[in-house]
Every structure is written in C-alpha cells, then in structure tokens.
Design a binder for this molecule. Structure first.
Ligand code: ZN
Length: 200
C-alpha cells in the first residue's frame, strides 16, 4: 500500500465521552495526535497514546504503517479528542427519510414490508385532531392500514401499534457507509448503528 493511500484512509474520531462523532483521514488524525488535540486508541486494549508513545509501538512488518524518515508509525484507526468539551448533537432531524429509516420500511400496524412506495406516514393522533408531525406521533403505515385507520386514533380504529414511536438517537457516524467501517471501529460504534438499514 502506498503512503498516499494509507494517509487518505479513514480514522474514527471519538469525543471525550468516547462517543463516535465523525471520521477523518489518517493524515489529519496524526496531525491531531501530534498537536495533542487527540490521543490514539489501541483498539485491542483501549490504551490511549500520545504521539510519542504511539510512535514507539512496534509495527509488524506485514501491517500497513505511516513512514517518516526515521519511523514506522502504526496507523491510528481510532482517536479520542482531548480538548473539545462540547457533546455532539445527538438529535436526529425529523424528516421523511429518517422516519422511514427508523421504522425500517415496515408498516407499524401490521408489520408488512411492501416497499417504500407502498408506505406512507401516518399521524397516530390525526393532524385534524391536533396531532403533530414529530417522531413520537408519526409512524409508517401500509396503504391498507392507512385506509383502515383513516382519520381516527389507533384505539378508535381498533388497531395496535407494534411499538411506541420514539425519536431515534443516532450518532452522526450513521452518515458513513458500512463499506468504509474498519473492524476496529465496531466496538466504539453503538449497537443501534448496526440495526439501522442503510439507504438503498
Ligand atoms: Zn399495514
């Protein structure tokens, strides 16, 4: 592997609370570690390292590494920020796309998965009765269930929701495609992430 491609690979970035908040390039990750803004995490042991102690780690000959004139440095696959106090914003915007994602393209009344085109957004408490467009009041429903429920509450229609609708708590790392996720990241990314289907 060439140095340019090693340096342009992705590193997972955790905030001070060890929540995955983003990814950056290996090049930028090394810059953050070098400046003291981040520490490298050794995924096998969860040890954190400054630039000096990270550079001291031995890199097996067959493993990709970052080369300088005198050093072979292990590729930092996960780093943790040392300076930023701010917690990431974990509020997920209410949007059509995120609602489909949360409900996994499944009718929340009958469990059917007829495909995105056959599903629509149902207001649990109908809008005409003051029901709001929020994660807590909106679910996906198939055409049949939508017709059956019409302008009524589930109770009035004699229908049951499969689960109480809630606002999802996704970390921003959701934006990263699974194909680019390193194996060493899995332990740092919430379980929730793996349950959510990716966009087609
Ligand atoms: Zn249905």
């Amino acid at each position: 592997m060439t140095q340019a491609s090693v340096l342009s690979q992705q590193t997972l970035v955790l905030n001070r609370a060890w929540l995955a908040i983003s990814t950056t390039t290996v090049r930028d990750a090394l810059g953050l570690i070098f400046s003291g803004a981040a520490k490298a995490i050794r995924p096998e042991t969860y040890e954190t390292h400054t630039f000096e102690s990270w550079a001291d780690l031995a890199v097996p000959p067959e493993e990709p590494c970052v080369r300088t004139v005198t050093l072979r440095i292990r590729v930092p696959e996960v780093i943790v920020l040392t300076r930023f106090e701010k917690m990431p914003n974990r509020t997920v915007a209410f949007s059509r796309r995120n609602l489909y994602r949360r409900d996994r393209y499944t009718c929340q009344y009958c469990g059917a998965t007829p495909g995105g085109g056959e599903l629509s957004i149902d207001h649990v408490v109908p809008r005409s009765r003051g029901g709001r467009s929020t994660f807590e009041n909106c679910v996906l429903a198939c055409t049949a269930c939508n017709h059956r429920k019409a302008n009524r509450t589930p109770r009035e229609a004699g229908m049951r929701l499969r689960q109480a609708p809630r606002a999802p708590k996704w970390t921003p790392i959701l934006q990263v495609g699974v194909a680019r996720v390193r194996q060493s990241w899995e332990q740092f990314i919430s379980e929730r992430y793996w349950e959510v289907p990716l966009e087609p």
